[in-house]
Design a protein around this ligand. Structure first.
Ligand code: SF4
Ligand code: MG
Length: 330
């Protein structure tokens, strides 16, 4: 909670610090055991940074991360090392994340050498078991990544991620680099493995249709902040945040009656630089419903309907204005 990831920006030969890019700015969420939390937003909004922060691949600037009730923000290197196997990542581009000079068996078996005390035979047996689980033919064990299609390479990446029996997997755009015809197969495999192994997923994607298919709950990110978080159907059928509404209006609606009812929102302007986010609500430069208060005061992220949290002044206006709001220049 309160997670912040600021990256210092440096410029010129002196590497003078000129500011902080707020890649992830004060966001809080919980991922429930066994669920898939979808994390959506346009590229550059901080989704991947958020996923990596959750896995403690970066040290957060501020805030805390708890896994299974254990605060891992201040964890010692030894404690982190014990936690590492429980948390894994599946990457967007299997081509880039697989060592081209290693065989499939060596790639899948590499985490076992580092973290598990197995004999050579036990390790081979485990590698075959993992290949079976992801639907890779055992005959491929001694081949190299370039001999495979994108979908098969992603299966190799998934098998490696599963090697140490993780509980939690961050899937960062796991299908974005694949042919459309292959995407559903990989998503189905991830769902099957979740059921069979009791996995919890953070599923990062810009593909709102795919997230609707796989996620139990969905968080929407804009410019380093989560602006809305809700159960899947609540978010897709009754989006509250103007940004969520705009994003979803660009996605085809399968039900033609619902499609006819829809208003298509075209957002004007570009996403502002994370190095210089707007004052107040960070969506205020593009929001079709912007009000004077939005340019002054940042809206709090509040549960406005049961299980549906949103950061937007539209939903706080009926309440008594707070002291800060009452004195805000309009
Ligand atoms: Fe739009 Fe204001 Fe809500 Fe921000 S707070 S999303 S600018 S209405
Ligand atoms: Mg990304």
């Amino acid at each position: 909670s309160g997670l912040k990831m600021y990256f210092p920006i440096t410029t010129g030969f002196l590497r003078r610090k000129i500011g902080d890019v707020k890649a992830v700015d004060d966001i809080s969420f919980t991922i429930r055991e066994g669920e898939t939390l979808g994390l959506v937003g346009e590229s550059g909004c901080g989704k991947s940074t958020c996923g990596r922060a959750v896995l403690r691949l970066y040290d957060p600037t501020a805030g805390s991360i708890s896994i299974a009730g254990q605060d891992v923000t201040q964890a010692t290197p030894g404690a982190l090392r014990r936690l590492r196997p429980l948390m894994q990542m599946v990457f967007q581009d299997p081509q880039a994340s697989l060592n081209p000079r290693m065989t499939v068996a060596d790639i899948i078996g590499e985490p076992l050498i580092e973290h598990a005390r197995l004999t050579r035979d036990e390790r081979t047996a485990r590698i075959y078991e993992l290949m079976d689980q992801v639907g890779l033919n055992r005959d491929f064990a001694n081949r190299y990544p370039h001999e495979f299609s994108g979908g098969q390479r992603q299966r190799i990446g998934i098998a490696r991620a599963l090697a140490l029996n993780p509980r939690f997997i961050v899937c960062d755009e796991p299908i974005a680099a694949l042919d459309v015809s292959i995407q559903a197969q990989v998503v189905n495999l991830l769902e099957e493995l979740q059921d069979r192994l009791g996995l919890t997923y953070l599923f990062i994607s810009h593909d709102l249709s795919m997230v609707r298919h796989i996620a139990d709950r969905v968080a929407v990110m804009y410019l380093g902040k989560i602006v809305e978080l809700a159960a899947r159907d609540d978010l897709y059928l009754r989006p509250m945040h103007p940004y969520t509404q705009a994003l979803l209006s660009a996605v085809p609606e399968p039900d033609p009656d619902a499609e006819a009812q829809r208003r298509h929102v075209i957002l004007k302007g570009d996403v502002p630089s994370p190095a210089n986010p707007p004052k107040g609500c960070n969506f205020s430069t593009r929001c079709p419903r912007v009000m004077p208060i939005c340019r002054e005061i940042e809206p709090a992220f509040l549960e406005e309907r049961p299980g549906q949290s949103v950061a937007c002044h539209l939903y706080t206006m009926t309440a008594e204005p707070t002291a800060a709001e009452a004195t805000a220049p309009a």
